[in-house]
Design a protein around this ligand. Structure first.
Ligand code: IMP
Length: 207
């Protein structure tokens, strides 16, 4: 019910992320609405621990921490890959699954880990979803949250050099190319992040 959503009426929004790519992507998205975005790192804000039980809880706690620290509305996201046969894993732990025993982050390692777990269930479906939660929190604590998704299946071996994270094993439903083989433009047109942003814009921005 977008009608009941609180609209964002300001001209500046804190983006509660330390990821330069995310901050600039969100900035591009909000610019048409006359909203400037400011990254949390530029304000010296700490990143809270992601202790939520789901994507929306984690997005909300990040946005809430930034809104309370600055006294200004803040937006945060949280995303990951949910594999049906693995009961939604790696899910909110998608980045953590990439930590190798040597302490480095390696998504080839994470994709192999998913494939190894799936290969132990040869009769299970290989369906999965990318999920992206976005949460906008005002300094009075009010939150508006949205969850975007894209459904697909997992391929093996990995295909494509584009994108990041689990993109080379994710084949969107009805497509021939993995996210790793698609152009960034093609991916961004259909992704879980695009879905969440469209819901955010419809719910809280614009006329
Ligand atoms: P976070 O949202 O920054 O916590 O990132 C979660 C993790 O989910 C990322 O490090 C990636 O591993 C994975 N992930 C989220 N979105 C995508 C995507 O669009 N492609 C591939 N992997 C993704």
């Amino acid at each position: 019910m977008t009608d009941d959503r609180r609209r964002f009426e300001g001209s500046e929004l804190i983006v509660a992320s330390h990821n330069a790519g995310k901050i600039s992507e969100i900035g591009d998205l909000l610019a048409p609405f006359g909203v400037a975005s400011i990254g949390a790192d530029a304000l010296g804000l700490d990143e809270p621990e992601e202790t939520g039980a789901d994507f929306i809880a984690n997005a909300e706690l990040k946005a809430r921490a930034a809104a309370l620290a600055t006294g200004r509305p803040a937006l945060a996201d949280d995303s990951g890959l949910a594999v049906d046969a693995l009961d939604g894993a790696p899910g909110i732990y998608s980045a953590r699954w990439a930590q190798t025993p040597d302490g480095v982050r390696d998504f080839n390692f994470a994709m192999r880990k998913v494939e190894t777990a799936l290969s132990q269930k040869p009769d299970a479906p290989r369906t999965a979803r990318f999920i992206c939660a976005l949460s906008l929190v005002w300094p009075d604590g009010h939150a508006e949250s949205f969850e975007g998704q894209i459904a697909g299946t997992l391929v093996w071996p990995m295909r494509g050099e584009n994108g990041f994270g689990y993109d080379p094993v994710f084949l969107p439903l009805g497509g021939d190319l993995t996210f790793g083989e698609m152009t960034p433009q093609a991916k961004h047109a259909i992704s879980h992040r695009a879905d969440a942003f469209a819901q955010l814009v419809a719910g809280c921005f614009g006329g």
